[in-house]
Design a protein around this ligand. Structure first.
Ligand code: TGC
Ligand code: FAD
Length: 397
């Protein structure tokens, strides 16, 4: 029987966790070992999401787990981060599923929805009986969502939506989509529109969500377009309590925070695979782990993962005590994705030719992390967010 996975905890982060946080981490860790790792390569090859895991993710209480009420578990942000770390050790697709459902679909309803919307959707979403997605990006507006052209126009007691979203995680399997569109006032143009959030349900007339194909990354995740052709939704589906880009961006803060933990899980999977491989692979009559260059690579991985963990833990504690600001999230998302991707690339190299096989997890993580570097704000965008914080000058345009 393989040794039980113990994680990587060089600086004894464990001692700074509550019993509840350790319990969540251990529960998800075991579940990933038992349920995700045995099947993920098969799904990655087939470009399919493991739907069969969705009910169990709900039963474990991971969906919207850092929110209070409406069937959510009400746990700390650190517990949520630890869960993300374990899930992404399995695959970024599994962490993405949980991020999108909790941080991007449930969070806007929880923070900006009416009481009726919260009652209607959140308990079922927490139990995974309803799946959500988040539509912000458009074909021509990725890093610059403020330029979006998807619009909503009032028509009696309905809104009529026209436009398209692209690259939407969970889109095709979702029961509802949180869609950000410009609400055009009577007689106004797109330039007069204010960005608002709308809940579009599967089956609403004029709405479709075709799956996108041909990805070399996040192959076990469903990625979709959302198409609105005179899509009519009742007026009570607008999120009443937020106007402007602040709405979608505050959801992104949550999801970016989860990513800053999640990618450390992918990095740890690559580190462990590289270390184990280096200890057993013999070249020039000795294990490659006995060569200084190889040890240097492993020491660098340990160093960066440890720093990343301390960053994520401290960020989580600030999020829990309400002192975190969004530029701090940008720094953690950017840094931790960056080091995870470098770790994956170096681990791939350390496996030699075997590194390209799906017998080892490293190339799958490496390919996934290319997406994670791009979504939720690219590396460049987070640099520019920090540049603006440092200088007070925006350099986006
Ligand atoms: P800007 O003028 O900076 O801000 C507009 C308004 O928003 C407020 N704000 C924020 N509020 C909360 N949290 C944040 N992080 C915020 N950032 C900005 C800001 O205070 C302002 O509020 P108000 O009330 O004064 O109007 O907006 P900008 O248009 O100049 O944009 C700046 C920029 C480039 C940083 C922003 O557009 C950006 O972050 N772009 C990146 C886009 C992005 O991250 N897209 C992600 C799409 S979703 C996704 O990728 C999901 S992947 C899912 C998975 O895990 O599978
Ligand atoms: P672009 O914005 O076109 O950027 C291209 C390049 O230009 C990047 O290197 C970028 O850093 C650089 N660049 C852009 N602007 C500047 C600038 N001002 N200065 C310097 N460099 C700049 N979106 C959602 O809304 N919901 C989802 O669920 C979702 N899931 C996704 C799942 C996957 C698998 C992927 C790949 C993407 C997903 N996205 C989702 C979209 C994602 O958020 C966008 O891809 C991302 O925001 C970048 O937009 P873009 O791809 O249009 O790139």
């Amino acid at each position: 029987m393989p040794a039980k996975y113990e994680g990587l905890d060089f600086y004894n982060i464990d001692a700074h966790l509550t019993d509840e946080e350790r319990m969540v981490r251990d529960l998800v860790r075991q579940w990933v070992d038992d349920k995700v790792l045995p099947i993920i390569e098969k799904h990655n090859r087939a470009h399919t999401f493991p739907d069969e895991l969705i009910p169990e993710i709900g039963e474990m209480g991971l969906l919207g787990m850092n929110m209070e009420g409406y069937g959510c578990a009400g746990m700390s942000n650190v517990a949520y981060g630890l869960a993300c770390q374990e899930l992404e050790r399995g695959d970024s697709a599994i962490r993405s599923f949980v991020s999108v459902q909790g941080s991007l679909a449930m969070h806007p309803i929880h923070s900006f929805g009416s009481e009726e919307q919260k009652q209607k959707y959140l308990p079922k979403m927490a139990r995974a009986e309803l799946i959500g997605c988040f539509g912000l990006t458009e074909p021509d507006y990725g890093s610059n969502p403020g330029g979006m052209v998807t619009k909503a126009v009032e028509d009696g007691d309905h809104y009529v939506l026209n436009g398209a979203k692209m690259w939407i995680t969970n889109g095709t399997i979702a029961d509802l989509a949180i869609v950000w569109a410009k609400l055009i006032p009577q007689g106004g143009t797109l330039a007069d529109g204010v960005i608002r959030g709308f809940i579009v349900e599967k089956g609403d007339p004029g709405f479709s969500a075709p799956e996108m194909h041909g990805k070399h990354s996040l192959k076990a995740s469903v990625t979709s377009e959302l198409v609105f052709e005179d899509c009519r939704i009742p007026k009570d589906r607008i999120l009443p309590h937020v106007h402007g880009l602040r709405g979608p961006f505050s959801c992104l803060n949550n999801a970016r925070y989860g990513i800053s933990w999640g990618v450390l899980g992918a990095a740890q999977a690559c580190f462990h695979s590289a270390r184990d491989y280096a200890l057993t692979r013999i070249q020039f009559d000795k294990p490659i782990a006995s060569y200084q260059l190889v040890q240097n690579k492993l020491a660098w991985m340990l160093r960066e993962i440890t720093k990343g963990q301390l960053l994520a833990l401290h960020l989580g504690r600030m999020k829990d005590d309400g002192t975190m600001f969004h530029e701090q999230v940008s720094l953690a998302k950017m840094n931790n994705v960056d080091i995870a991707l470098d770790i994956a690339r170096i681990a791939r190299d350390m496996h030699g030719a075997n590194g390209i096989l799906d017998e080892y997890p490293v190339m799958r993580h490496m390919a996934n992390l290319e997406t994670v570097k791009t979504y939720e704000g690219t590396h460049d965008i987070h640099n520019l967010i920090l540049g603006r914080w440092i200088t007070g000058i925006q350099a986006f345009f």
